[in-house]
Design a protein around this ligand. Structure first.
Ligand SMILES: Cc1cc2nc3c(=O)[nH]c(=O)nc-3n(C[C@H](O)[C@H](O)[C@H](O)COP(=O)(O)OP(=O)(O)OC[C@H]3O[C@@H](n4cnc5c(N)ncnc54)[C@H](O)[C@@H]3O)c2cc1C
Length: 418
């Protein structure tokens, strides 16, 4: 009897989500092709803040958030920017964002966030084992720092939510903050520390190492841009690219913020916004930082990485194709110096990338309704580095024909029907 041919799978997108999905599919016995005109992890996966955050369970939209919006928008150093020409396009997403932030929604969203994020560190340890690049992953704390001694308030909504979900927390006041992170300014007077966290010292290289591992296992990476997905009458799909057409029975859309447009051509709607973020690398920082440090006022994260110290964050809604506004990165010079007075800011490098953000901070993971053999794996917003490995595992489980162990309804593409 002839040996059974391995099942083929095509993954669109070679970011951290596509790469982790390719590895998981390969493990399930699929013959995998990843299609992306860019190299592995050149998109949002390249320049993020490197936080691997198993305990993240607080969505972006929470009750009362809107009260901060005018102040944030008016402050040129604030964490939020909207290009007003984009506002009419943003409005429907924004309304859903506000709806998702109602108090009664929080427990379900937190549960679903944790289901994707909790296994992240264990997954990365396993994926990196034997690559020689295990040191890309460090264990650390995630320090949310405040300028006021009472700023770290365990009774505030978001910290109470974390507490209820068993997040390992520690409150630091006064000099205890600088004992944990000595380079922090004495003006930082309190912090909430999330324990049992991880970070990577180079998100781009992490994605590339995993892509090379996948290549070594037979996964093919094609530098092609996908133009269209064409369902075939005999079943499966033809993936039209700028160079060739590929046919496959199993297709995963993992193209980050570009995914919604690819699916729109099939009549599949997925509310998704480009939430653009920036980073500034301080190339010769003169200091070393032990943990991931979140400035609770200005909402950006600073940590030591390969090649310097990186500050990353901000949310800019300007549409998918608008030119970067690197002033949004340059503000980190002043803000990071304020946190770390000994930081040398002479040599810097700016970067912009787009988070693919859903209104409820939950990614789209699972079957694409109406399209047998097609799966979605995008919309990870602020937490795609963290959520990528579990996303890949879940998609590969479904593609293999097995049921997921967790309820996938919260990640369904159909959840914003109304
Ligand atoms: C400033 C900033 C800080 C962040 N910090 C963190 C953090 O600390 N921790 C965390 O967990 N997450 C963080 N994130 C979020 C995280 O970076 C993203 O959620 C994650 O990288 C998304 O990965 P992805 O693979 O879905 O998308 P991407 O990395 O954007 O990859 C998508 C890929 O699809 C490809 N593609 C697009 N269109 C096509 C097409 N037509 N054909 C073929 N390929 C196509 C693109 O070229 C790209 O390579 C941060 C994001 C930003 C912007």
């Amino acid at each position: 009897m002839a040996e059974q041919e391995p099942r083929t799978a095509v993954v669109i997108g070679a970011g951290i989500v596509g790469t982790c999905t390719a590895l998981a599919l390969q493990e399930k016995g699929f013959s995998v092709t990843v299609v992306d005109p860019e190299g592995p992890s050149e998109g949002a996966s390249y320049g993020n803040a490197g936080v691997i955050s198993p305990w993240s369970c607080v969505p972006q939209s929470i009750p009362g958030l809107w009260k901060n919006v005018p102040r944030w928008l008016l402050d040129p150093q604030g964490p939020l920017a909207i290009r007003w020409t984009h506002l009419p396009f943003l409005l429907p997403w924004l309304l859903r964002f506000l709806q998702a932030g109602r108090l009664h929604r929080l427990p379900d969203i937190a549960t679903a966030m944790l289901a994707i994020n909790r296994p992240s560190l264990a997954h990365y340890r396993r994926l990196l084992a034997g690559t020689g690049a295990e040191d890309l992953l460090l264990e650390c704390k995630y320090l949310h720092v405040y300028r006021h001694i009472d700023g770290a308030d365990p009774n505030s909504l978001s910290w109470r939510l974390r507490e209820e979900f068993g997040v390992p927390l520690e409150v630091l006041r006064g000099g205890a903050v600088q004992e944990v992170e000595p380079e922090l300014s004495p003006d930082i007077q309190s912090a909430m520390a999330i324990k049992q966290q991880g970070r990577t010292v180079n998100p781009g290289r992490l994605g590339q190492v995993l892509a090379h591992k996948a290549m070594g296992l037979g996964v093919e990476f094609l530098p092609h841009k996908v133009h269209a997905i064409v369902p075939l009458t005999e079943g499966g799909y033809r993936v039209d690219t700028d160079q060739a057409a590929i046919t496959t029975r199993t297709l995963v859309v993992a193209a980050g913020v570009w995914s919604a447009r690819l699916l729109a051509t099939l009549g599949v709607r997925a509310p998704l916004e480009a939430e653009r973020g920036y980073h500034l690398m301080f190339r010769d920082p003169g200091i070393s930082i032990n943990h991931s440090v979140m400035d609770s006022k200005y909402k950006f994260v600073t940590s030591s990485m390969e090649g310097g110290v990186r500050s990353a964050g901000t949310a800019e809604y300007a549409g998918l194709n608008a030119a970067p506004d690197y002033r949004r990165a340059e503000i980190f010079k002043a803000l990071a110096s304020d946190l770390f007075p000994n930081l040398n800011t002479d040599s810097t490098e700016a970067w912009m990338g787009s988070r693919s953000s859903t209104p409820d901070s939950l990614p789209y993971i699972g079957k694409v309704p109406g399209y047998a053999g097609m799966f979605c794996a995008f919309g990870h917003g602020h937490l795609g580095l963290t959520g990528a490995p579990e996303t890949g595992r879940l998609v590969a489980t479904l593609a293999h024909g097995d049921s997921a162990e967790i309820n996938l309804e919260p990640y369904s593409l159909a959840r914003f029907k109304s």
